[in-house]
Design a binder for this molecule. Structure first.
Ligand code: ZN
Length: 490
């Protein structure tokens, strides 16, 4: 680990971060051939002369990959280029039998986009996106799992030719937290468009981070290091935190930060140098002679625009307005598109959508979280949540009774309507019974009564709470409120 730097030293510097994200597209077939694009097949079963780069084999571009790349570009506010060019990126690696990757270089399919991310002070910050380009994935070298793995490496070429988009941000990110937010928002947007499953464990979404530091106020960027292939957003944040301190320490001790690629070791919580700039590849890009320029016609672009779903940020804004939600609840409800769909379908049938959100997030969500369960494993259905919210809204049950009923649902793994039918909690709606309880509570709390009569009207809530407790949660809340105020004012 770097030596612990004082906050004063750290505060002198400003980190500059840019992110490169590779996203596998969820097409049926690969980018340039008809092989299945499928994770988890037996090794070397989804291959053909094209994706193996055998002599004479010719690539044919997958139209679905272009559609998905276009959708992703529009979703991150990029301008889609009418004419883009595929290029060969030349390098040799055992899992790249062609000796080059088909990519895009100076004329990518899309440029000049942005996404907005929330910052620690509650405002939004715009992070620029330099470009989105299309390319193909390489295969995989397997260094573990065989009896002779200590002396041999094995190759699985199924991944060769899998369609990718690479999304490159501007160096607009200033903290590891912002990087985490950017990645979280980007993944959310891509999931909404349906172009990728963004499964980081299976490598459908991979991230490289460029990071440098400079003295605050300096014009020029410092020398950057690139941290390669970090496989979770949490690790990206940790790797950036480490790298920022390491670079500041190098500079503070009179050294020079080297331009290099580094790898993150999660077990040790530090980065290691992989290769310096002197060893860096010269990819000798040139236009791919086997593919014509890619033309995205205005009609194709219009068709893609028509397919673009309502994106998370817009959906949150609409749901806040339509259902009177607070921003935090709206964010939770829209983090997963299917979950948001189910909430909206349920909310439309309820008396009060905000109450549905409250019951769903605090009562059901809180219990699921405590038990470590997913939403799909909840014993309470959306219909059950709507019924509970309606009963609350009509004052047919108190919130205390609702909690008790949900406790039973989760213990017995039963849905709310069945539990409610069986348990049907009693409600005290008899005014004289409630008045008797209120008189007792008022007599027992002369000090609070004095405060109330002295003008502190909020003390009424104290009396309501005490009477509700005395009634074991069975007092009808609306009637109780009305009677308490009447008695106090008497
Ligand atoms: Zn193939």
């Amino acid at each position: 680990m770097p030596a612990v730097l004082s906050p004063e030293v750290l505060a002198k510097y400003e980190p500059v971060i840019g992110l490169e994200v590779h996203v596998q597209l969820l097409t049926e077939t690969k980018a340039f051939c008809g092989c299945a694009n499928h994770f988890g097949s037996d090794p070397n079963t989804n291959i053909c002369p094209v994706c193996l780069g055998l002599p004479g084999a010719l690539p044919v571009l997958n139209a679905k990959a272009v559609e998905f790349a276009t959708l992703a570009s529009l979703a991150i506010n990029c301008q889609v280029r009418e004419r883009s060019i595929f290029a060969r990126k030349n390098y040799f690696y055992p899992d790249l039998p062609k000796g080059y990757q088909i990519s895009q270089f100076d004329k990518p399919i899309a440029e000049h986009g942005y996404i907005d991310v929330p910052t620690s002070d509650g405002t939004m910050k715009r992070i620029g996106i330099t470009r989105l380009h299309m390319e193909e994935d390489a295969g995989k070298s397997l260094h573990e799992g065989f009896t002779d793995s200590n002396s041999r490496a094995y190759l699985d070429l199924n991944r060769c030719g899998t369609p990718l988009v690479e999304i490159v941000s501007e160096p607009d990110i200033r903290t590891p937290d912002e990087a985490w937010e950017y990645l979280t928002r980007l993944k959310e947007i891509l999931l909404y468009t349906g172009v990728s499953d963004c499964n980081m464990e299976e490598g459908s979404l991979r991230c490289d981070a460029n990071v440098s530091v400079r003295l605050k106020g300096a014009e020029r960027f410092g020398t950057k290091a690139e941290v390669k292939n970090v496989n979770s957003f949490r690790f990206v944040r940790a790797a950036l935190e480490y790298e920022i301190e390491r670079q500041i320490e190098v500079i503070e001790s009179g050294g020079r930060v080297l331009q290099e690629s580094r790898t993150w070791n999660a077990a040790e919580g530090r980065t290691y140098s992989m290769r310096s700039k002197e060893q860096a590849h010269d990819y000798r890009y040139f236009p791919e002679p086997d593919l014509p320029p890619l033309i995205v016609t205005p009609e194709f672009l219009a068709a893609a625009k028509a397919k673009l779903p309502e994106l998370p940020e817009a959906r949150r804004a609409r749901m806040i307005a339509e259902y009177d939600l607070n921003p935090k609840d709206a964010a939770t409800l829209t983090a997963d598109q299917a979950f948001a769909d189910r909430f909206e379908a349920a909310a439309k049938t309820a008396r009060n959508p905000r109450r549905v959100a409250n019951v769903l997030l605090s009562e059901v969500g809180g219990r699921l979280k405590a038990l470590g369960l997913d939403q799909e494993q909840s014993p309470v259905s959306m219909a059950g949540i709507v019924l509970a919210a309606d009963l609350l809204d009509e004052d047919k049950i108190s919130s205390k009774q609702l909690k008790q009923l949900f406790d039973i649902c989760f213990e017995a793994k039963e849905d709310f309507p069945a539990v409610y039918e069986r348990e049907k909690p009693e409600q005290i709606t008899d005014s004289s019974a409630l008045e008797a309880l209120i008189d007792e509570v008022i007599a027992a709390n002369p000090k609070q009564l004095e405060q109330y009569r002295g003008g502190k009207k909020t003390v009424a809530g104290f009396f309501v709470g005490q009477v509700m407790r005395a009634s074991k949660g069975q007092a009808n809340p609306a009637l109780l409120n009305e009677l308490v105020v009447k008695k106090l004012d008497a």
